[in-house]
Design a protein around this ligand. Structure first.
Ligand SMILES: [Zn+2]
Ligand SMILES: [Zn+2]
Ligand SMILES: [Zn+2]
Length: 253
């Protein structure tokens, strides 16, 4: 399975509007972070986790031409505002694009994009979507997808495990039962916003504790804020732990 980080920024993106800090003004392309989303491919199948604010630009940059399904983590703006651009993919295939999420996420998506779901007849300039509420494991094109419940502040949201890779963004706490779903991973992807405890997200030290506990073969941090300079922070990370950056592709056995 190939995994591409379409975006690796926290909800503000980096650079943050109006900010003149060293990271926001850095010439290092790895310090330019669009909102977080992941693209997975295996055996001709193409799957997205979230459609971030810059989804269209991310897809153009990565050469994404096919979407077989989208898994949604939660319905915050930074994770869903690329939703309307899914219309291209329903037009291409003349089929509904299947999207998956918790009951709360799907209900909120229907509310936020009411104009899309209100259509009684198919409108070629709007996405044509099939929503699927999931609670436990399900199949996408023959591959098992396991939702991993986590807390984003007090909001219950989903991370996902697909094969031996897991993606947990916007996560503050991982319930004990979910830790059990994260054993024997080849790749763990964690959202880490900065250095200090945050009410809604993991911070670096807590994320490193989780890595110690779960012992995945490799770990990538994403959903990164402007507090983290790519090169400086990368040098401090233990072996097998990396800061992701926009456009990075990794292979999961
Ligand atoms: Zn977010
Ligand atoms: Zn800044
Ligand atoms: Zn969020």
């Amino acid at each position: 399975m190939e995994i591409t980080f379409l975006g690796t920024g926290t909800s503000y993106g980096v650079p943050v509007l109006t900010c003149t800090c060293p990271v926001c003004t850095s010439p290092d392309p790895k310090n330019k972070r669009t909102r977080s989303s992941l693209w997975l491919r295996w055996e001709g199948t193409s799957l997205l986790i979230d459609t971030a604010t810059e989804f269209r630009l991310q897809a153009l940059g990565a050469g994404l031409r096919q979407v077989d399904a989208v898994l949604y983590t939660h319905c915050h703006a930074d994770h869903v505002f690329g939703f309307d651009d899914l219309r291209v993919f329903s037009r291409l295939t003349n089929r509904r694009v299947p999207v998956y999420g918790s009951a709360a996420t799907i209900a909120e998506l229907r509310e936020v994009f009411a104009y899309i779901f209100r259509q009684t007849e198919r409108h070629q300039d709007r996405p044509w979507i099939e929503t699927n509420v999931v609670e436990g494991p399900f199949q996408v094109k023959g591959l098992l997808v396991q939702p991993v419940p986590v807390f984003h502040d007090t909001l219950p949201i989903f991370g996902y495990r697909i094969g031996n890779a897991a993606y947990l963004t916007d996560c503050r706490t991982i319930p004990h039962a979910s830790l059990g779903l994260l054993q024997d991973l080849d790749i763990l992807i964690l959202g880490v916003v900065g250095f200090k405890p945050h009410p809604a997200h993991l911070h670096l030290d807590r994320a490193l504790e989780l890595v110690e506990e779960l012992r995945p073969k490799r770990t990538y941090f994403t959903h990164i804020s402007h507090l983290m300079d790519h090169e400086t922070v990368s040098k401090t990370l233990p072996p097998g732990v990396f800061l992701a950056y926009d456009g990075l592709t990794v292979h999961c056995p």
